[in-house]
Design a protein around this ligand. Structure first.
Ligand code: F0G
Length: 358
């Protein structure tokens, strides 16, 4: 079946009418990959069914495209000529791409020196006006909120409710594919929009009888940027997972609501745990995600080790959301892994290495 993007696929669940011009790059419909090798590496038996929702396969390489197709379509419907966002990188890449597709202007504010190169290159290539702020994401978001109240520019951060509406379709896809919602969903938490969106999605499906189960929402912040876990904003958040380097999440309250209503958790994982999970999923499953995304795997590992995942006789279905593609941040990968060996172009030199490899 031809995939036409999330607005057409889930139109009845979204705030669009026949008058809404659909701005799409055919986002969504991302793989839900059974991760048997990862389960083995994590040391769990076959009663644990682990799936990876590979959101890095969206058009701009992250889950942001689900929300952006709706936000930009509505902006165009409302005759807006420009959109604006603060971003740790992925939102800006997505906003820039959808603005290019729509033929409108895009302005993005990024924390100077703290966004992955792939993301910056996307925003620039798609023709956005990129402004680096001498501050962090939270400072940039404050500026964007102020500027968009003073100027006729549409804010497309996830405080724009259309973003959340689009992002909830991730939950629909998972429930459609599994035939029900999973038992647990593990995911990274940054500005906390996505965990709120998924929970909204699952609840709407449940209300309409399209899934019987509701998952426990398991959200993970990086330890150095874990305001929800600590219960207070962090002034200078720090983590190698730059996508979630956020000290005062905009959707803080709704993320807590998702956690509490689902009987889940919002916890933290260290940078070390994130990097180990990042390497583990790449090596065992052939799935390259960005560091922030690996927080979901790190969180899963933490809870398996703790032994707190409810054990049932029947299968326990667990979905980890891999929010962005590893190629967004190749520099981090190169720094994390051993450098390639260099040899003279001779067969003996090659065979010397082969003898110690195979
Ligand atoms: N994973 C990735 C790859 C992200 O880019 C983000 C957020 C998150 C997880 C966290 O999602 O904010 O909804 O809790 N990135 C935003 C951005 C902040 O500007 O690209 P969240």
């Amino acid at each position: 079946m031809e995939h036409v993007g999330i607005i057409e696929r889930y139109r009845q669940f979204l705030p669009v009418t026949e008058k809404t011009p659909v701005v799409t790059l055919r986002e969504g419909n991302t793989p839900l990959l059974p991760a048997k090798n990862l389960a083995k590496a994590l040391g769990v038996d076959s009663s644990y069914e682990i799936y990876l929702k590979c959101e890095g396969l969206n058009p701009t390489g992250s889950f942001k495209d689900r929300g952006m197709t709706v936000a930009v379509s509505k902006a165009v419907e409302e005759k807006s000529k420009a959109i604006m966002c603060a971003s740790t990188g992925n939102t800006s890449a997505s906003a820039a791409a959808y603005a290019a597709q729509a033929g409108i202007q895009c302005i993005v504010l990024i924390p100077e020196g703290n966004i992955a190169l792939g993301k910056l290159s996307q925003a620039l290539m798609h023709g956005a006006k990129v402004i680096a702020v001498e501050g962090n994401f939270d400072d940039a978001l404050t500026l964007v909120k102020e500027a968009t109240t003073r100027h006729p520019i549409t804010l497309v951060n996830s405080i724009n409710p259309y973003r959340i509406e689009g992002q909830k379709t991730g939950a629909f896809e998972i429930a459609d594919e599994l035939g029900d919602a999973p038992d647990f969903q593990f995911m990274p938490v940054g500005n906390a929009g996505n965990i709120s969106a998924y929970w909204k999605g699952y609840k709407e499906y449940n209300d309409r009888g399209l899934c019987i189960n509701l998952p426990k929402m398991m959200g993970f912040q990086a330890e150095g940027a874990s305001p929800i876990v600590k219960g207070k904003p962090i002034k200078n958040p720090e983590t190698i997972a730059t996508a979630i380097r956020i000290g005062n999440p905009a959707s803080w309250k709704s993320a807590e609501k998702a956690r509490d209503e689902s009987a889940g958790v919002i916890d933290s994982v260290t940078d070390q745990e994130i990097l180990e999970a990042y390497k583990m999923v790449a090596k065992t499953e052939g799935v390259f995600c960005e560091p922030a995304s690996a927080a979901s795997i790190a969180g899963l590992k933490k809870y398996i080790v703790k032994g707190t995942l409810e054990k049932r006789v029947i299968k326990l279905r667990i979905v980890c959301i891999l929010t962005g593609h590893g190629l967004k941040d190749p520099e981090r990968a190169i720094q994390t892994i051993e450098k390639p060996e260099t040899i003279q172009p001779t067969l003996p030199a090659l065979e010397k290495i082969l003898s110690s490899t195979i």
